[in-house]
Design a protein around this ligand. Structure first.
Ligand code: IVH
Length: 667
């Protein structure tokens, strides 16, 4: 018999997963974000009050929180092979010829997009996701289940009932371009090195230790193969259609074709259209549709004989390099940009290309007036990949890289680890100052949305603001003097500034824009030091004690507070009433009593939900890890604890305690 609460939890879980499916798989949401958040909140509240009904596949688990210290290596049930590559029509004709010889009767191909991401194998038992493993070396991969559960287009529980009792489904995890751009914008803001491309970003994200960070990165997953014993389908296409009905995201761009003419049509279409997709592809994949025919064709040592990939050619043209300009980014990084004689490439007119940094210019030895080759690969921004030296003018000479900032004339610096030169005049270089102010007012910082980048530029150019503290001295009459600033906008702006005085310490800390301090790190630091004075006085050793802060970040923090100008800005902000300490409410429940201790929790608890227990551990300075090792301080045992964990803890002599013991430790 189900109790009322259990029924409610099940009903909410089902409703939420249905909405996740509508939003992330079908791209057709039927409720607002607000309504969705309400449902999720209600589920979490119920699960907190009745942790005995919290299931590992509950949609509340998609927000993450579990830490994986080391990813377990798992042997693949079916080896994860790769595909043979082709690059030309001739290669394709050869492939088709081999198929014809191998089969002797009619056949059909399925054409698919070749997603440029990370291969994943998902195992489901009785309709529940039980394991997610990366490709690894094809024989063995890494168990990344905890992280994969945060990907909202991957069903934790399947729809309907007609799925095999146990099967594996394979596909590609990728980072949509929009998400990639957002992350890089944010990294640029805090002066972190940019992610190279969406594929690397997806691979890196999947191997992160903290699943709540993975959850925020909005990965997506498209599935392209169903594997299992005695599957009740005759064709690859039908198996994917069945998987679609079970709730998986299957490509909308698959096509069945009968011959090489059909294949070429598909390839040519996507070669042109690929820039309009929301994600990166690097080619197409062709597969024989019939499972029986796949079986007849079989495998070579490395790849199936019944499938092949076709890689798109990168499009390349040549044009003249007319000039090089140097841009100063919001963090002071200098990017050399090539101005080119306009040329048509992959459907767009290209006038500019990035030259990245001084090393690249040196390596390519590009010179003004040179004829250069420009390529558009998977990336949207074209790049110069070489020089046509046969066309070089005899009087050309090497490019001398700039030594001073084109915006403020400060001498540029370059540190060993960084490829780019940068302007160190953080507090005086116009694009950097404007960038800092834009960061300060951004949504995750002080959230002053009534102040856009155009207004910031106007205020700066008019000499009304020189740093973030000056914002709070703005007067209505100053604002009204600006172009396009009406009474209403001025009022909104002032109200936005006033409201920002209630923004919590961790967001203010993020907002002041110390290099390398992102949102998550700011939060950790805020909870650790509790107020700005303690942080200001912290030694290198103390900073390194905050989890996840490395030497580089710690040094940056010290350098920041050693700069009198930074301290003055903080003092001013304080005098205007911004929050530079945790609130009373935040302070209750926090301590350093669990410092240096690591905890594994297992089972369900009566006084905490699992998430609350983890949060309590963190707020008291402890660390959560997913699996037991010799270094684990305590295993907190709940009801229905996994027997394996218990055995391992006993073997490694890890202390086993109850939730009450933990409460005693922190009281
Ligand atoms: S089928 C037995 N289909 O390309 C071969 N692979 O070398 C199973 N990929 O690592 C692969 N899109 O990660 C297949 N529609 C698609 C694909 C695809 C991308 C990746 C896959 C694999 C590599 C092939």
């Amino acid at each position: 018999m189900f109790s009322e609460v259990e029924k409610k939890i099940n009903q909410l879980s089902q409703q939420i997963e249905e909405h996740n499916y509508n939003y992330y798989v079908l791209a057709k949401p039927t409720i607002s974000d607000f309504e969705f958040d309400k449902l999720l909140e209600e589920l979490i509240k119920n699960e907190k009050e009745h942790p005995e009904f919290l299931k590992p596949n509950s949609p509340s688990q998609r927000v993450g929180g579990q830490i994986t210290k080391e990813f377990k290596t798992v042997k693949h049930k079916y080896p994860m092979l790769s595909l043979g590559n082709t690059y030309s029509e001739i290669d394709l004709a050869d492939f088709d010829e081999r198929i014809k010889k191998g089969l002797h009767n009619d056949y059909e191909y399925v054409c698919e997009l070749k997603y440029d991401g990370v291969a994943i194998g998902l195992t489901y038992k009785n309709g529940i996701l039980i394991q997610a493993v990366t490709r690894g070396d094809g024989e063995k991969g890494d168990d990344v289940t905890t992280n994969v559960k945060t990907i909202k287009s991957i069903p934790l529980k399947l729809h309907g009932t007609d799925y095999p009792e146990e099967f594996e489904i394979r596909g590609e995890i990728f980072m949509p371009r929009k998400v990639f751009d957002e992350i890089n914008n944010e990294r640029e803001e805090i002066g972190d090195q940019l992610l190279a491309n969406p594929r690397n970003a997806a691979a890196g994200t999947l191997k992160m230790q903290d699943s709540s960070v993975v959850a925020k990165r909005n990965l997506d997953c498209c599935l392209y193969a169903v594997l299992g014993e005695n599957l009740p389908y005759n064709t690859h296409y039908d198996s994917l259609m069945a998987a679609k009905a079970w709730g998986f995201k299957i490509s909308n761009y698959m096509e069945k074709v009968a011959d090489s003419a059909g294949i070429l049509k598909f390839i040519n279409h996507w070669d042109k259209e690929r820039n309009n997709l929301a994600f990166d592809i690097d080619g197409v994949v062709l597969k024989i549709n019939s499972f029986e025919q796949q079986r007849i064709l079989g495998f070579t040592a490395k790849s199936p004989r019944w499938a092949i990939s076709y890689k798109f050619k990168t499009q390349r043209v040549s044009t003249i390099l007319e000039s090089i300009v140097y841009q100063v980014g919001r963090t002071g990084a200098i990017t050399p940009v090539a101005n080119l004689k306009p040329v048509l490439l992959a459907g767009t007119t290209v006038k500019r290309a990035s030259l990245h940094n001084a090393d690249i210019i040196e390596k390519l030895d590009v010179r003004l007036g040179d004829t250069v080759f420009v390529e558009k690969g998977g990336e949207i921004i074209p790049k110069i990949i070489g020089v046509d030296e046969t066309m070089r003018h005899s009087n050309s000479h090497k490019v001398t890289y700039i030594t001073h900032c084109p915006e403020c004339a400060t001498a540029l610096v370059r540190d060993e680890a960084q490829a780019n030169h940068y302007c160190p005049n953080e507090l005086g270089c116009p694009p950097q100052v404007k960038g800092k102010i834009e960061h300060f007012v951004s949504r995750k910082a002080l959230n002053i949305d009534s102040l856009g980048s155009e207004t910031i530029a106007q205020l700066y150019d008019a000499g009304l603001i020189k740093n973030i503290a000056d914002l709070y001295q703005l007067k209505k009459e100053d604002l009204l003097k600006l172009d396009r600033m009406a009474e209403k906008s001025a009022n909104n702006l002032l109200a936005g500034l006033e409201a920002s005085k209630n923004i919590p310490f961790e967001s203010v800390l993020y907002g002041i824009g110390i290099r390398h301090i992102g949102e998550t790190t700011a939060k950790k630091i805020a909870y650790y030091f509790k107020n700005i004075v303690a942080l200001q006085n912290a030694t290198l050793e103390q900073l390194l004690e905050v989890g996840d802060i490395g030497e580089k970040t710690a040094q940056t923090i010290i350098a920041y507070f050693a700069d009198q100008r930074c301290v003055e800005i903080i003092e001013k902000l304080k005098s205007f009433g911004l929050r530079f300490q945790l609130s009373e409410e935040q302070l209750v429940n926090t301590s350093n009593k669990l410092k240096d201790l690591t905890f594994v929790i297992s089972g369900t608890f009566s006084k905490f939900s699992r998430d609350d227990l983890k949060k309590t551990i963190e707020q008291n300075g402890g660390k959560n890890v997913a699996s037991i090792s010799g270094k684990t301080s305590y295993l907190i045992a709940g009801d229905n604890m996994g027997p394996e964990k218990l055995k391992k803890a006993e073997k490694l002599a890890v202390k086993i305690i109850s939730e009450d013991d933990l409460i005693n430790m922190i009281e």
